[in-house]
Design a protein around this ligand. Sequence first.
Ligand SMILES: NC(=O)c1ccc[n+]([C@@H]2O[C@H](COP(=O)([O-])OP(=O)(O)OC[C@H]3O[C@@H](n4cnc5c(N)ncnc54)[C@H](O)[C@@H]3O)[C@@H](O)[C@H]2O)c1
Length: 324
Amino acid sequence: MHILVTGGAGFIGSHVVDLHLAKGHKVHVVDDLSTGTIQNAERYFGNPLYKFDHADLLTFDRIREVAAWADRVYHLAAVVGVFRVLQDPTAVLASNIAACERLLRAVAASNWKPDVVLASSSEVYGHRDDGNLRETDDLIITAGLNPRWSYPISKIADEALGVAFAHKHGIPITLIRFFNTIGPRQRGKYGMVVPRFVKQAVAGEPLTVFGDGLQTRSFCDVRDTVQFLDQLANRSNDGIKAVNVGNDREISILDLAKLVIERAGSQSEIRFLDYQSAYGEPYEDIRRRHPSLDLLHSLTAHGHRYTLEDTIDHLIAEVRTQTG
Ligand SMILES: NC(=O)c1ccc[n+]([C@@H]2O[C@H](COP(=O)([O-])OP(=O)(O)OC[C@H]3O[C@@H](n4cnc5c(N)ncnc54)[C@H](O)[C@@H]3O)[C@@H](O)[C@H]2O)c1
């Protein structure tokens, strides 16, 4: 089987690569290394099953050739992370929407219908904080002329592109609404909370909680996530579908900070930072994000293997090895 992974040198993408190389599949990665790392690509150099193109999807001149080769496409490339979104909201819109459209056009031109897995986000549900978010719920664009919303808007646009291409060209497409994914190789630099807390706890520095800490998230280990993606792609004969992928254990950010401190046996204290100080500008956080996983479980046979504690322990050990 031939697998194309855009954004395959990134966090989730590199785990997708792991999974398919382990199955003996041929994997082609296209990544501009804007947030991905060369280390995530280099680890496979020398493996004859692996090919890497350091290229921007917006300008990559062999996009049609590469799309035509694939039996399955994971489109994970995107501008992500709160810091990057606030820093350059125009890039979010340009990259996320135009790159997705260019890729789908290339897939459609091939006359071959690979299974396409498109990365969306739980952010398409907007500000809803009333419990389980279901795939049948309305997608919400939050009022307010805030550049922060360029990210969920780009993901809603990608979903619309997926629906349109599936409808017009009969391409089987699965839209993945990722809830917070965590695990090895994720970096805290662009605003991801778990790697940041782990680094702070191991260093004995204060853990900085943005806002009041009562906002909640549901975290899923990336090694579970990629198993779900693989199984969902296998069911792509179902046509077009949107599926929440995550874990439904919900935890407040304040409790997460306490948990990381406890697991690290750290003396770190917790410090609260208002959003303005954290991001350098006013920021509207989403208070609660909790997925309904009914559809995911009805379509897949994978059960979560990693608890939040497992992932945190793993990350703590990793940071200790790197810094020790
Ligand atoms: N990690 C999460 O919790 C989460 C949550 C919701 C949605 N997602 C989505 O999942 C996907 C993967 O996210 P991730 O967490 O692995 O982030 P990541 O930043 O590690 O991965 C994105 C990758 O895309 C590459 N990229 C960006 N623009 C590109 C372009 N124009 N051309 C080629 N490559 C480009 C980056 O270099 C990076 O390697 C993204 O689409 C993201 O929006 C992730």
